[in-house]
Design a protein around this ligand. Structure first.
Ligand code: HEM
Length: 447
């Protein structure tokens, strides 16, 4: 890294001007389809910028890599929404977690040490890299089955027919949700990511149904728990076992953990696949390079390529909410106690101070140390699973649908426009149809 930019000396007034002129418009539809020019402006002129979010809440946006990394690991920035000192919070509908006192919300991303340390240690025992590695054949089977469903038609919406179901079925298997119940999970999760696009009250109803289902599942698994863990024991059973061995995991904590694994591991992976395919189709030379390397049986470019796709246009645009527990300085900017801070991972991962030619997609880029999985104690717990799913999904698509192409003008595709996540609403594609020899996914989800 080189160079040192002067930090802004004053706290910018809420609004859309700084001493360097008007701030580009944030949170519009145009911004959602390509936020990177606006982030480049912020990085340069207002790297820790106070803004009013569409919900009305004011928050600091942190856009430089070095500041982002420091903020993500700063213990003075709490994950507990109780530290938020903003009257608008009490009025609800701000999108800040915990404003509805839902039991499922007491999870890893909303708590600090020592509770976070205890829960993270417990789930790490059950969610080991070995367990994820054992899961590889199942993820491959899912990818093949899902493609088999639409192979003969020559067209698909890759978001709804591939990227969306794959992580849901994968996480359900990992958690130990019986296959006959997994389509219910798929429906509830689908409702939960619609961000208000579904029927009135649909999200709350889906969360309630999921809560009820998880409570029941925990009861059933506890009643049937064998004295010793068998090979491949599911995660919910592993968590119950830990709580029954004096580790003080309440039933609500087990349910909240299952919920956060599903929630944190679902839309993120949908967007890794969706944004990844979009980036490959808009960069034909990179896509050909990857296809050639896969055809030669190599994995190296696939592995660096998925990391690069996470850096270049990752699924998590902003890390989840953080709140200052006391006055502090971030990137030379004073932040008051109670202020919300949003670390913009998408901006940090395009910082020219950290990355050579940051706006260029280079699948062979090495040691990028992107922040797409976060940093510090909240670093993504599911990163090994996400890598497995992302690599399997992209390799399978490019190998089995070699002439995959957009079936719509890429510039016309709509992005979801949420605050934290970045992903496409739909991704229509076409390819040469073929008869698939695999059964459809329903048979493989019904044991
Ligand atoms: C490409 C896919 C994924 C991306 C880009 C991603 C990204 C992230 C990021 C940025 C964070 C940190 C958030 C923050 O500090 O505010 C995080 C945390 C987390 N992720 Fe992921 N994630 C992905 C997939 C998954 C999967 C598959 C799972 C599990 C099934 C998962 C489970 C979690 C959990 C439990 C946390 C909270 C960890 C903690 O607070 O200690 N993620 N993820």
């Amino acid at each position: 890294m080189s160079g040192h930019r002067p930090a802004p000396a004053h706290r910018p007034a809420p609004g859309d001007r700084t001493s360097d002129g008007p701030v580009p418009e944030l949170f519009t539809w145009e911004f959602a389809s390509d936020p990177y020019p606006a982030y480049a402006w912020l990085r340069e002129h207002a790297p820790v910028h106070r803004t009013r979010l569409p919900s009305g809440v004011e928050a600091w946006l942190v856009t430089r890599y070095a500041d982002a990394k420091q903020a993500l690991a700063d213990p003075r920035l709490s994950k507990n929404p109780a530290h938020h000192d903003e009257p608008a919070h009490a009025k609800g509908k701000t999108g800040i977690p915990g404003e509805r006192k839902a039991e499922l919300m007491t999870h890893l991303l909303n708590i600090d040490p020592p509770d976070h340390t205890r829960l993270r240690r417990l789930v790490s025992k059950a969610f080991t890299p070995r367990r994820v590695a054992e899961f590889a054949p199942r993820v491959q089977e899912l990818a093949d089955d899902l493609i088999g469903r639409f192979a003969a038609t020559g067209s698909a919406d890759l978001i709804h027919e591939f990227a969306f179901p794959l992580p849901i079925y994968a996480i359900c298997d990992l958690l130990g949700v019986p296959r006959e119940d997994q389509d219910d999970f798929r429906d509830w999760a689908g409702m939960m990511i619609r961000h208000g696009g579904g029927p009135r009250g649909g999200v709350a109803r889906s969360v309630k149904k999921m809560r009820g289902y998880l409570a029941d599942l925990i009861h059933r698994k506890r009643a049937a728990l064998p004295p010793e863990p068998g090979p491949g024991e599911d995660l919910v059973s592993g968590l119950i076992r830990a709580s029954d061995h004096g580790e003080h995991l309440t039933e609500n904590e087990v349910a909240a953990m299952a919920f956060i694994l599903l929630f944190a591991g679902f839309e993120t992976t949908v967007n890794l696949i969706g944004n990844g395919v979009y980036a490959l189709l808009t960069h034909p030379e990179q896509r050909t390079r990857l296809q050639t390397s896969l055809a030669a049986g190599e994995r190296g470019l696939l592995e660096t390529g998925v990391e690069e796709l996470l850096r270049y246009d990752g699924p998590v645009e902003m890390a989840t909410w953080r709140f200052a527990t006391r006055p502090l300085t971030v990137g030379g900017q004073d932040v008051a106690a109670g202020d919300p801070v949003l670390v913009v991972l998408a901006a940090a991962d395009r910082d020219p101070e950290r990355f050579t030619e940051p706006d260029t997609l280079d699948l062979a880029r090495r040691d990028s140390q992107h922040l797409g999985y976060g940093h510090g104690i909240h670093y993504c717990l599911g990163a090994p699973l996400a890598r497995l799913e992302g690599q399997t999904a992209l390799a399978t698509l490019l190998t089995r649908l070699p002439d995959l192409a957009f079936a719509a003008d890429p510039a016309e595709l709509r992005w979801r426009g949420g605050l934290i996540m970045r992903g496409l609403r739909t991704l229509p594609v076409s390819f040469t149809p073929f008869a698939s020899s695999t059964d459809n996914v329903a048979s493989s989800t019904q044991k």
